[in-house]
Design a protein around this ligand. Structure first.
Ligand SMILES: C[S@@+](CC[C@H](N)C(=O)[O-])C[C@H]1O[C@@H](n2cnc3c(N)ncnc32)[C@H](O)[C@@H]1O
Length: 263
């Protein structure tokens, strides 16, 4: 099964807007701190998207290091290349997480955020991930669990249809629940697990959920009986709830840090 969402130019710009908010800037800081990337290291970003984390990683490894990003989407690769144009240590190419175009042991560190929930064949993807990491290499994986999604509404039936439609945009709705055993089966030692909540009790453009709810509404149109009017009415409701001090959005993302055993 492949995800229904296509990360074309418009979807890529929408993801970028959501990922420039303070909530996701804070998430990137948490990941950078957990990975402890050092100057000179070789880092792979799988599903590098608009290149925001890749840019931070490339700045940290510096000119002596290497940052490679791969992504299935040409639009995303173009955005990442533009963002990192001044960083000669950063390169990006179109590739699949299940067929990484790199030699065995080519990287000290690998990172993949909000990507594996779109990848149907997790065992193959993790076998590839293990292959390209050197012994002793480390990785960070972050994914959302959509079972943790809580949105306040005064029209639960409409929201249920929109959420059901949104559920069609990924392959795995609850990937974090099985990530640790999947990583262990692929030969990794899981060292750290953390929850990163996207909790927005305000409706504001500088929040993750402001952009995500817009993406949900647009994606839902034509699915599960959701019409353009439903989508518009839901977004109007969210704005009204925000003005009334009644807005509430919460979604958990989970971070896993693991090591490839040395030897
Ligand atoms: C939600 S975006 C996350 C982007 C980036 N990792 C970040 O956190 O800013 C998901 C990305 O995963 C990419 N993707 C999905 N399936 C993929 C696959 N099988 N191989 C490589 N990239 C994939 C998409 O093209 C998209 O850029």
């Amino acid at each position: 099964m492949s995800p229904a969402i296509e990360f074309d130019e418009a979807a890529s710009r929408a993801v970028e807007a959501a990922y420039l908010t303070t909530d996701v800037v804070a998430q990137r800081c948490t990941i950078m701190k957990a990975l402890e990337v050092r100057p000179g290291e070789r880092v792979l970003d799988i599903g590098s998207g608009p290149g925001l984390l890749a840019h931070d990683l490339a700045a940290t490894v510096g000119a002596e290091g290497r940052l490679c990003g791969i992504d299935m989407s040409e639009a995303m690769v173009a955005m990442a290349r533009a963002r990192c144009a001044g960083q000669t240590q950063a390169t990006f190419e179109v590739a699949d997480a299940c067929a990484l175009p790199f030699d065995d042991g080519a990287f000290d560190v690998a990172v993949s955020t909000q990507v594996y929930e779109y990848v149907a064949d997790i065992p193959t993807a993790f076998t590839e991930l293990r292959r390209v990491l050197r012994p002793g290499g480390r990785l960070a994986i972050l994914d959302a669990d959509y079972g943790s999604l809580v949105i306040h509404t005064e029209d639960p039936a409409r929201l249920a249809r929109i959420v059901a439609a949104w559920d069609e945009h990924f392959v795995h709705a609850g990937l974090p629940r099985t990530l640790a055993p999947s990583l262990r089966e692929a030969g990794f030692d899981v060292r750290q697990r953390d929850v990163i909540p996207m909790f927005n009790p305000e409706y504001h453009p500088n929040t993750f959920s402001y952009h995500l709810t817009m993406m949900m509404a647009m994606f839902a149109i034509g699915r599960c009986g959701v019409t353009q009017d439903d989508a518009d009415a839901w977004l109007a409701e969210l704005a009204a709830l925000g003005r009334a001090g009644k807005y509430f959005y919460s979604l958990n993302r989970y971070l896993f840090i693991a090591d490839k055993p040395d030897g």
